[in-house]
Design a protein around this ligand. Sequence first.
Ligand code: GLA
Length: 383
Amino acid sequence: METTQIREKFKSLYGAAGNVYTAPGRINIIGEHTDYNGGFVLPGAIDKAMYCEIKPNGYNKVRAYALDLEESCEFGLEEKDMPSPSWSRYIFGVCREMIKRGAVIPGFDAVFAGDVPLGAGMSSSAALESCFGFALNDIYKLGFDRFELAKIGQATEHNYCGVKCGIMDQFASCFGKEGSLMRLDCRSLEYEYVPFDPKGYKVVLLNTCVTHELASSAYNKRRESCETVVAAIAKKHPEVKLLRDANMDMLKAVKTDVDAEDYMRAEFVIEEIQRLLDACDALTKGDYETVGQKMYGTHEGLSKKYEVSCPELDFLNDIAKQCGVTGSRVMGGGFGGCTINLVKDSLYDAFIAKATEAYEKKFSIKPKVYDVIIKDGARRIED
Ligand code: GLA
């Protein structure tokens, strides 16, 4: 994205020039709803990102302007100063979480914009948090490392935005590397870069362009179900702190102690953690057909057991199957947003034509298509 408009707006609002930073959205090949259960994820940062220009303003308030929304907001940085526009809470939250960790943050001016589609499961909010986190850490020399910045973004979601998310999105946005996925163990926080260049295949996102209401409360409810089941298992196996520590036998042993719905959620998570490990094995062997089958398995589980899909996403997944697409599934938190598809080059054009036409006919919405390009994480791009 060009930053010219951001720079012009900044100059016209504040009569000066600051530094420009960016942080990307993400994809995730497989491993969904596993992060807050201590499992693995396999995300990559993408070429869609948030951008901000920022400069200390010499007084104790933040003045921020959201270019895409043409909205401005001014706020102080004490807990009582929480601003009301939802976008401003991400910035406020990042500042507050830094202050809670001992940072001193003098006032600053900022203009931001981005091309991560909102509500599409590509983590626009994590991109915004990481962009401001990285920028403030840099201009005020706060000394947080990238892990702490990711945790600051995650804590912002928990404490200022009401979403009890895992660490995947903020981690991917902070640690992304061009051409590589990241295999993150969300329990130990160990990670490795996995070069990703599936020869003969493309990875493409199809955006349903729907976001269903109450996604965040439904998300939090999923997390609670997992925690309830962990508590039941821990009565017999005190070493189990997260679903990652449990296996199917342990789960089966508490079947009559937990609610049927909670049981089904936990079953999905335990299966999904294994699916990711199998997919990673297949990836190292260049066996994309197996990776694709695992992706379909994830979709099935997310739709039937975790129940975070929706008719629009299921429809796109069915079309992918009908077209012989190698792998397809709902990506991210669910309840709308995108499917991620692993498609043979030779099938790509026919699949996109069929999927967009059929989807529009059925739902009267034109889906959006994004080819996935894996890029770097948060960074300063202009002085
Ligand atoms: C959202 C959350 C992540 C993760 C995914 C599902 O993107 O922010 O932490 O839980 O959903 O995998």
